[in-house]
Design a binder for this molecule. Structure first.
Ligand SMILES: Cc1ncc(COP(=O)(O)O)c(C=O)c1O
Length: 492
């Protein structure tokens, strides 16, 4: 079936993007590698002067039968050594260092792009034909570029009512208003988003984009299901905004939490079952080319690899490319060489084995954290645990009004109570992040109707913990201490 092309979104570009001209020095990149060309054009150092002739990297090999978290036995068949050379390729996916460490290929090295393209076709169902990829230095940087590409100072964007604070700060620092969209345990509430947009004050320009973390949301740990995604997408079409899905946790989707440990089964998924289990993405329902997806290797390989990619329409990708050519130029060459050689050695199947290994590890970690929450956090109606099905975070939510001194000592202010409990937790030796650190706080001038920001329970308070970073015994101990603080304070 022939697919249609993405729509034109030039009208949503920022003034900066509209003004940006492609650097003439970048136009001769297409002649790179042509043996008939004598290259006097650019300030490229000769690769003879690069001091790295060969890099050796030891990596584990699929199918990772002993799991992915164990120390690797160097003498066994569990490991292989990749040889990355300056000039030659040992395997197809290798990127010779002479090329990866040179200027050029701002979109990403072809071998890495090829692997990611195949991976994208396995994971998503692309609905239009002119989609493109761009290798990035991870989602933090990709998001910062996205803001510059679409927003002018004073523009408004939408974001989940609690969202990743660094992403909100990046927007606010650019003079962009971050307007909150109400959420519940399952993420964005489509009806509330529709109400905000349908009643948008016509005296202020409509938001240009929605920033969302659909899977394992940071900080709430929620995941947006296919039904809600489809509703949100239709609202985006109706009100003509773009959806930016920031998905570093997409492959940290887990088995559902089963409260009774004796009923838990070890699940071994085949590749097909694994793929079928993954949430449908915004990208997969995007017929217009209005979704920009940001993926990252940070949570699945290593944060310091500083590598990720954007998937979007060709038109939008060109705007990123023009910005990259004048800012970071390209993702780091060492990283691209090492990651590309690793992934191509593993192959698409081997990479799925790796992701399955992560699923197993994170399911165990999540189970341990939620078990400890149920054991140590007061189990009354005032307290709520939402076992996450993806990501690294869990939340402990409670009704602040149930604190015996809520109206007196805390003057009915949930934020005062929250900061007091935070200090108490620190005194007991636990750092757990207060929910208010993640509040999406922004308002247009003139403001939107006040109903747009109404919350179901204005006295609700939550704390965010992570099960990713600590060993099981430490996590148990910390929740025991925090649980004690809550028991003492709430007198339960
Ligand atoms: C929602 C979200 N986006 C982006 C990032 C950072 O991703 P990267 O390491 O790819 O920059 C994080 C991680 O901390 C995150 O939680």
């Amino acid at each position: 079936m022939t697919k249609t092309s993405a729509k034109d979104f030039y009208h949503l570009f920022s003034q900066e993007t509209k003004d940006r001209k492609v650097s003439p020095l970048k136009t001769f990149i297409k002649y790179f590698g042509d043996p008939n060309m004598v290259f006097l054009g650019g300030g490229l150092p000769l690769s003879d002067y690069f001091p790295w002739d060969n890099i050796k990297v030891d990596i584990p090999v699929p199918p990772f039968t002993k799991g992915i978290g164990q120390p690797i036995n160097k003498n066994a068949t569990e490991i292989t050594t990749l040889d990355l050379y300056k000039e030659k390729k040992v395997a197809d996916g290798d990127i010779p260092l002479a090329r990866s460490l040179q200027y050029g290929h701002s979109q990403g090295q072809p071998e890495l792009l090829k692997f990611i393209r195949e991976h994208t076709e396995i994971i998503h169902t692309m609905q239009y034909d002119d989609w493109e990829l761009l290798v990035t230095a991870g989602n933090t940087s990709a998001w910062e570029s996205t803001l510059r590409i679409f927003c002018n100072r004073g523009d408004t964007i939408l974001a989940e009512a609690h969202s990743f604070s660094s992403s909100l700060s990046a927007a606010q620092a650019q003079g962009i208003i971050t307007f909150p969209v109400p959420i519940d345990d399952k993420g964005i509430i489509p009806e509330k988003l529709a109400a905000i947009m349908d009643n948008w004050n016509p005296e202020t320009p409509k938001p240009k984009l929605l920033y969302t973390i659909p899977t394992g949301q940071n900080p709430t740990g929620s995941s947006l299901d296919a039904e809600r995604k489809s509703q949100v997408y239709k609202i985006a079409q109706k009100h003509d905004f773009l959806i930016v899905e920031d998905e570093p946790y997409y492959f940290l989707q887990m088995e559902d939490y089963v409260k009774d440990p004796s009923l838990r089964k070890e699940v071994k998924l085949s590749h097909d079952e694994f793929l079928a289990s993954l949430d449908q993405t915004f990208l997969s329902i995007d017929t217009d080319g209005r979704v920009i997806r940001m993926d990252s290797f940070s949570k699945v390989l290593a944060p310091g690899s500083r590598l990720g990619w954007i998937t979007c329409s060709n038109q939008i990708m060109k705007a990123y490319l023009a910005l990259y050519e004048m800012s970071m130029q390209a993702a780091a060459g060492f990283t691209q060489s090492i990651v590309s050689a690793t992934l191509s050695k593993w192959g698409q199947h081997g990479y799925l084995d790796w992701l399955l290994g992560l699923r197993h590890e994170y399911t165990l970690k999540r189970d341990n954290a939620i078990d400890a929450c149920y054991k140590y956090i007061p189990q009354t109606d005032a307290f709520h645990i939402n076992p996450p099905v993806a990501g690294m975070f869990f939340t402990i939510t409670f009704d602040g009004a149930k604190h015996p001194e809520f109206t007196t000592k805390f003057k009915s202010d949930p934020l005062l109570l929250e900061s007091y409990l935070y200090e108490k937790a620190v005194e007991s030796g636990v750092i757990i992040a207060p929910g208010s650190w993640f509040i999406t706080d922004g308002e247009t001038i003139p403001p939107q109707p006040k109903e747009s920001k109404e919350s179901n329970n204005p006295n609700s308070v939550f704390f965010r913990g992570t099960f990713a970073a600590v060993a099981a015994d430490k996590l148990n101990e910390s929740l025991k201490r925090f649980g004690q603080v809550l028991h003492d304070e709430f007198k339960v």
